[in-house]
Design a protein around this ligand. Sequence first.
Ligand SMILES: Nc1ncnc2c1ncn2[C@@H]1O[C@H](COP(=O)(O)OP(=O)(O)OP(=O)(O)O)[C@@H](O)[C@H]1O
Length: 323
Amino acid sequence: MKIIRDPSDDAQQAQNVNVAASDFFVATPEVDRITRRALAYLKAGYSVHLSGPAGSGKTTIAFHIAAQLARPVTMITGDHQMTSADLVGSASGIRKMRLVDNYVRSVVRTEEQQTTIWSDNRLTSACRYGHTLIYDEFNRTPPEANTPLLSVLAEGVLTLPKAHEGTQNFVEVHPDFRAIFTSNPEEYVAVYKAADALLDRMINVRVDLLDEDTERQIVSSRSGVSPEVAGVIVALIKRARAIEDGARASIRSGIAIARILASSAASPTPEDEVFRWAVQDVLHRSLDELLPMREELIQPVSTRTEQAAQVSTQATAKARSRK
Ligand SMILES: Nc1ncnc2c1ncn2[C@@H]1O[C@H](COP(=O)(O)OP(=O)(O)OP(=O)(O)O)[C@@H](O)[C@H]1O
């Protein structure tokens, strides 16, 4: 994702960015379908929740969708230490004013005034200026901290705490404000069960593990390895997922193996020690454990191409002999 800063932004907006797809972004029909589906709901004014397993591309697609909305993006990442103040804002100090009036020498009149200085936080500025909010892994934040979102999503109003110095203790949500949430429902470490009331205010778009062709293109695009090498790695990842009992082998693992191969000029063959190490350390499985793949896939790409050519020559010869 490319980050584009808008020089015309005022100080408040300068913390936020405009985004555009990076040169490495892969838009296959599957990615495009998810994007169009989410955009249909966002355009109707609804918030979207992209839910799916780790590495299914939720965050990347969220940015891609946000880029289509062509509004500045405010990004928040869920965190167990977050409070409502981290979303909405808080008092950041006190402003004191003292007036001493000694115009008549024998009379001294003093007047003191004290006001709280309020600082908007990211949700408030996104609501004020009509940004696209990307709230990544929102269920890592305690549900009570996310409470201000309820009235934002349902009534289009953000209520501010008393410390706010303005005359209005609420912000009317800008008509261009949109929110995209992401979460992994399979994650059970350091996450909270999201409040039903919040989930009920967003439309869930399921982002499952991407299809093989999309994963192959992503691995190739993010690492620079050829699509053939990426295909071998993705097949290994799929095999690891099929026999998995612990953490899921993600597309991130595939990108990591591919980048290691590319930077060491290694090849995805059983004889290549860098490849064996990378598979062992990234997937936590030895190449031998993934042996069924060995026969089919883990051969030098040139060998596989030669074999494919042989198979096709044999097939042509058979077809001719049948005539
Ligand atoms: N369409 C795509 N084009 C290019 N790269 C992609 C695409 N989708 C995902 N990726 C890459 O795959 C990796 C995982 O994607 P991403 O972080 O978006 O997944 P996620 O579902 O948000 O994962 P997590 O739940 O672990 O945060 C990243 O390195 C990302 O750059």
